[in-house]
Ligand binder design. Structure first.
Ligand SMILES: [Zn+2]
Length: 197
């Protein structure tokens, strides 16, 4: 491999969350040393995933099928929709095993600072889903930040004319990319202790 390819590998790795240039160099070196056992399988896996990934047209999740496996699973409760900011939050709730309904991924929050308005969230699609006869409750699992709460208010208003209960997680639970750091018990408790939004 010419040196420039190695530099390129390091630069690409350094763009991953949690990896600065130093960690990226270590990761690159590890990959180069373990070409057969690690580098080639990883390259294969990345290519296959990149080719097969689809946005779920229902919930906004990423999966290798559309609708995603969660939306397509007939065993899940379609009367409950849990609204999250990011796919990382969906994964965290799934890992906790505390929720067996459906999801809706907004793709972020409203943000005056970042200039993100309602049209950039998947809120219209959520309102359309909430009008479905089978939906009884929409749970807002949004972050406790100002942006998260502004978004929760906005969503609750968008859903006001739908015949669904709108609830949110118990207050003080950090969500929005931070669900990852919660243990499963805390997440389950926050879901159980949800209250009207
Ligand atoms: Zn889906």
């Amino acid at each position: 491999m010419p040196a420039s390819e190695i530099d390129r590998l390091i630069q690409l790795l350094a763009r991953l969350p949690g990896l600065g240039p130093r960690s990226a160099r270590r990761a690159a070196l590890q990959l180069m040393k373990r070409r057969e056992a690690l580098m080639l399988p990883l390259a294969d896996s990345l290519r296959r995933a990149a080719e097969q990934l689809r946005d779920c047209s229902l919930c906004g999740n990423l999966d290798t099928s559309d609708p995603c496996a969660l939306c397509a699973d007939p065993a899940r409760d379609e009367s409950l929709i849990c609204v999250v900011e990011e796919i990382a939050d969906l994964w965290a709730i799934e890992r906790s095993g505390a929720f067996k309904g459906r999801y809706h991924v907004l793709g972020g929050t409203l943000s005056a600072l970042d200039g993100r308005g309602p049209e950039e969230l998947r809120a219209g699609a959520l309102a359309a889903r909430a009008r479905g006869a089978e939906v009884r409750e929409v749970i807002l699992a949004l972050s406790a930040t100002v942006d998260g709460q502004t978004t929760a208010h906005y969503i609750a208003e968008r859903l006001a004319d739908c015949e669904v209960a709108v609830s949110r997680l118990a207050h003080g639970v950090p969500v929005g990319g931070e669900l990852d750091y919660l243990d499963d018990g805390t997440l389950s408790a926050a879901l159980k202790a949800r209250r009207p939004a």
